[in-house]
Write a protein of this length. Structure first.
Length: 133
């Protein structure tokens, strides 16, 4: 498995507008618009930062994973995403190492990326996303 870089930090917000007031208005990051991923019940907004990005995540439904996360832990950093060169190979390698996965196979994320989450139980509490673009 080859980790290429930190692709983005996923941050759970109650509203994208509220998030924009800090990330865009205060820090001056470039807002590149929103995208809704219906199957994840989430609207995302990306703000490039050098080689990486900040990804704001707003739930589109009360039973979505981001809504549940905020209910349990409050708004804030939700996951860290690493870009890999080959996500299928990375998942096979992790399975062989006995790492518990949320996604056994990649699914479609924002921006047409292939993504997969590792279970926080296997990572000392950090929700880790792998992504390939
Ligand atoms: Zn993400």
């Amino acid at each position: 498995m080859k980790i290429l870089k930190i692709d983005h930090l996923g941050i759970a917000v109650n509203s994208i507008e509220e998030g924009q007031r800090f990330w865009q208005d205060v820090l001056g990051l470039n807002f590149e618009g929103t995208e809704t991923v219906a199957e994840q019940k989430v609207t995302t907004a990306f703000f490039p930062v050098g080689e990486s990005e900040v990804e704001l995540l707003m739930s589109t439904a009360p039973d979505g994973p981001v809504a549940k996360y905020i209910e349990k832990k409050g708004a804030g950093i939700q996951h860290v995403a690493f870009r890999v060169d080959n996500i299928e190979a990375a998942l096979e390698e992790l399975k062989a190492k006995g790492i518990q996965l949320i996604d056994q196979t990649p699914r479609k994320g924002a921006g047409g990326a292939k993504i997969a989450f590792l279970h926080p139980k296997a990572t000392n509490g950090v929700l880790v996303e792998l992504c390939e673009r």
